[in-house]
Design a protein around this ligand. Structure first.
Ligand code: SPV
Ligand code: MG
Length: 538
């Protein structure tokens, strides 16, 4: 969607001056301009009648010329083909005309047509014969002023001769056309309100090819287009037909919905909302977002694995699973969901198992691992494998964490990434089960500046422990596909007994690189009654 196309005026000039006839379709706003272009038209007639009608006013200069200019700006932005503005009488005298031309050029309009009537004008089909014509010398001065004002040599000024409309004959039409030619007009528009083409044909016969001649067959619409081709007209303007067809469609739809008080019978007769988005260019915006926006988390999904009961919590988990244990008045899962949402992850998926009826927070999609007693986390993930696509953060349903931890994972451009607590000794002192890891290097200032990778999980004695895996796994779309492949490769026994660290081992043995982000503390997995108490202080 180019804002301005420096070649638009050249395209219009070429259309008018080439031997073959050209066709201009009326448009009156950005949408109809785009529709005209998509239909295949080479140029647009920015009709005064249609623009005023679309604005809900009369074709009598009720909309000011700067308001028309605003409309034109949208039309130019929305289309790549040249626009010839129906500039009425030029909206004033020669001085207004100069200013109009400069403004049109700056907006990317390719040309303007002015008619030899008096401001404020009246539409030619409203009591045309009673309409006074402009003094031809004064009108010629307006054309000359416009030509002198343009800075783009290709910008076209079309002189519209209204002699037939006003009830004058061929001689007056020819005399005026010649005066405007001499003043510098680039083309003549000869208008007629007859239901047959006799006036315009007689004009063309006498005028010959002194300047290109444009016609508007709104009233003599039954004339075959071949006639216009044969007589050598430069261009035909279909002057108001998008506005009139839209008007009919809108009237019909409005009446029908008003009468029937339902949309059921109209839906199939109107375009889909998707078509509206298409013509608005949503695709282009989506592509641009990929180029210019930080990846963000808006397109992330999180899969929360929360099928186990958490037997270690004793009585607390008799009637509900660990993820629903109360922490400061709300279930643990609600805190997890809040943290993920706070970094922009809206698509939350939870795999539940034990006490699944009680796991019922809203705005979370649930999958059920009904085999929770005899399976481990990988089986839960397998249950939700249909959600393994796009950017995903897999996490446990029993972990409290500061939101920067998943945020840092999301910010990494990696197919696989895990969060690791470098302060593992503190938790080791608490004598609890933990997944210790070995990394490509220990946490340090330098680790902050370049990529660190997971090397072993569990850490191998001798290689040293560099941290504790916190239960987060970030996957890109390719990462998701790889994990799905591994899940499909696993025997059913492997699927049932594997934990996420087993999955990480398989990724490593396939030669995948797993990025690692260090933090120190700022998370807590709830494994004991003491942890629940600690969680309340978290
Ligand atoms: C317009 O489309 O606004 C025109 C053509 O000026 S006509 O309505 O035929 O005068
Ligand atoms: Mg008009």
């Amino acid at each position: 969607m180019e804002k301005t196309n420096p070649h638009k005026s050249k395209l219009l000039r070429d259309l008018l001056y080439r031997p073959e006839i050209g066709f201009l379709m009326e448009a009156h706003n950005g949408l109809s301009a785009r529709i005209a272009e998509e239909a295949g038209f080479e140029a647009i007639w920015a009709s005064g009648l249609s623009i005023s009608a679309a604005l809900g006013v009369r074709d009598s200069n009720e909309a000011s010329w700067t308001q028309v200019l605003e409309v034109l700006e949208f039309m130019c932005d929305a289309s790549r083909i040249p626009i010839l503005l129906d500039g009425d009488t030029g909206y004033g005298n020669f001085n207004t005309m100069r200013r109009v031309v400069r403004k049109l050029e700056s907006r990317g309009v390719a040309g303007v047509c002015i008619e030899d009537k008096i401001f404020p004008k009246t539409n030619s089909f409203i009591k045309g014969t009673t309409q006074p014509l402009a003094d031809s010398q004064e009108f010629a001065g307006k054309i000359k002023a416009g030509k002198d004002a343009q800075s783009d040599a290709d910008f076209c000024i079309v002189a519209r001769v209204e002699a037939f409309i006003a009830g004058w004959g061929l001689d007056e039409a020819l005399r005026r056309a010649e005066t405007y030619h001499a003043a510098g007009a680039d083309a003549i528009l000869i208008h007629s309100a007859l239901a047959n083409p006799s006036e315009i044909l007689s004009f063309k016969k006498e005028w010959g090819n002194r300047l290109p001649v444009i016609i508007v067959p709104t009233k003599y619409y039954t004339t075959p287009t071949d006639v216009f081709v044969e007589q050598g007209f430069a261009a035909v303007i279909w002057a108001n037909h998008l506005m009139r067809s839209a008007l009919k469609a809108m009237q019909d739809t409005a009446r029908q919905i008003f009468q029937e008080k339902t949309l059921i019978n109209v839906e199939d007769n109107i375009v889909s909302v998707a078509e509206v988005f298409r013509i608005q260019g949503e695709d282009e915006l989506a592509e641009a977002e990929k180029l210019y926006l930080p990846a963000g988390t808006g397109n992330f999904r999180s899969i929360i694995l929360a099928a186990s009961r958490g037997q270690e919590l004793g009585e607390l988990t008799v009637s509900r699973p660990k993820c629903m244990v109360d922490i400061k008045g709300r279930p643990l899962l609600a805190h997890i969901a809040d943290s993920l949402r706070s970094i922009g992850i809206k698509d939350l998926v939870c795999v539940r198992g034990y006490g699944k009826e009680s796991v019922n927070l809203t705005s979370i999609r649930y999958f059920d691992n009904d085999d929770f007693e005899s399976t481990q986390e990988v089986f839960s993930l397998y249950t939700a494998r249909s959600c393994l696509s796009g950017n995903v953060i897999v996490c446990y349903g029993d972990v409290l964490f500061k939101k920067y931890i998943p945020q840092e994972l999301a910010d990494l451009e990696a197919d696989f990434a895990v969060a690791v607590d470098a302060d593992w000794q503190t938790s080791r002192n608490r004598n609890r089960v933990a997944d210790y890891i070995t990394a490509s290097e220990p946490n340090s200032r330098s680790a902050f500046y370049h990529p660190v990778y997971l090397k072993k999980i569990p850490a191998e004695e001798g290689h040293g422990i560099h941290g504790e895996w916190m239960g987060f796994l970030r996957l890109s779309d390719r990462g998701c596909q790889t994990v799905k492949e591994i899940l499909e490769e696993m025997s059913s026994e492997e699927l049932r007994r594997s934990k996420i660290p087993d999955l990480l081992c398989r990724l490593l043995s396939r030669g995948e690189h797993i990025r690692l982000v260090y933090s120190t503390g700022h998370w807590l997995d709830v494994d004991s009654v003491d942890d629940v108490l600690a969680a309340s202080r978290f």
